[in-house]
Design a protein around this ligand. Structure first.
Ligand SMILES: C[S@@+](CC[C@H](N)C(=O)[O-])C[C@H]1O[C@@H](n2cnc3c(N)ncnc32)[C@H](O)[C@@H]1O
Length: 210
């Protein structure tokens, strides 16, 4: 248990955790549905070619409108299997690819934007991952990151503290601080919104300098 508190969740933890989560993920993740819908609505308002980083089972894919083209990436073979089945009939999904967000295999300025939901607290270095998002986004493009971050008080503080010792088994860190994501080179933080349920989720929206 001590080790669970002393090192970040890594790729091996994620692969093993999401092999267990995959069959039940979308039921367990029901509380995140309103925030996912709102974030997808923002992407739809922008349109263009988006990277969905940590696409998981592809539960957001049906939420995007036809003006959005998508490439989805994720580390978990088991989650990707569900995403691929779902995407098979979707004309606006270009590809679903197994890839580590820590080092994206895309050229600079490839996408009009990046959307990353409920994934940034599962990576070993969240700031490095958002720097990667900045790199693959074209100048003037948009990066959006939605997640639960460390609660400083209230009922979520209690839940965070109870769950944090199990981070590696859960496959994410329930108490990751937001601060390292508030200043990312090359990105301007345009907004920081608290989303339902009860402010559990924060949506960070950045723009890349044009
Ligand atoms: C909680 S799920 C979220 C899935 C989806 N975005 C959603 O909203 O339902 C987190 C996802 O992040 C993926 N993930 C975690 N670390 C990753 C990494 N380093 N690179 C790529 N995907 C990663 C996991 O495999 C898992 O599918």
């Amino acid at each position: 248990m001590k080790e669970a508190n002393t090192r970040a969740v890594d790729g091996a933890d994620v692969k093993s955790a999401y092999a267990r989560w995959a069959p039940v993920y979308e039921v367990i993740a029901t509380p995140t549905v309103p925030a996912r819908k709102l974030a997808a609505k923002r992407v739809n308002a922008l349109g263009g070619r988006f990277l969905e980083a940590g696409v998981g089972s592809g539960s957001a894919l049906p939420l995007y409108t036809d003006n959005v083209r998508l490439v989805g990436v994720d580390l978990s073979h088991d989650m990707l299997k569900i995403a691929r089945e779902r995407a098979a009939t979707m004309a606006n999904v270009e590809a679903i690819v197994e890839m580590d967000l820590m080092s994206l295999a895309f050229a600079d300025d490839t996408f009009d934007g990046v959307i990353c939901m409920f994934t940034i607290t599962a990576v070993p270095d969240a700031a490095q991952v958002v720097r990667e998002f900045a790199r693959v986004t074209r100048p003037g493009g948009t990066v959006m990151v939605a997640s639960h971050f460390e609660a400083r008080s209230g009922p979520w503080w209690v839940t965070d503290r109870l769950l944090t010792p199990f981070s590696r088994r859960l496959g994410w860190n329930p108490s990751m601080p937001i601060d390292p994501l508030l200043a990312i080179p090359g990105l301007t933080l345009a907004s920081r919104e608290e989303l339902p349920p009860m402010g559990l989720i924060t949506l960070l929206t950045y723009t890349k300098a044009g």
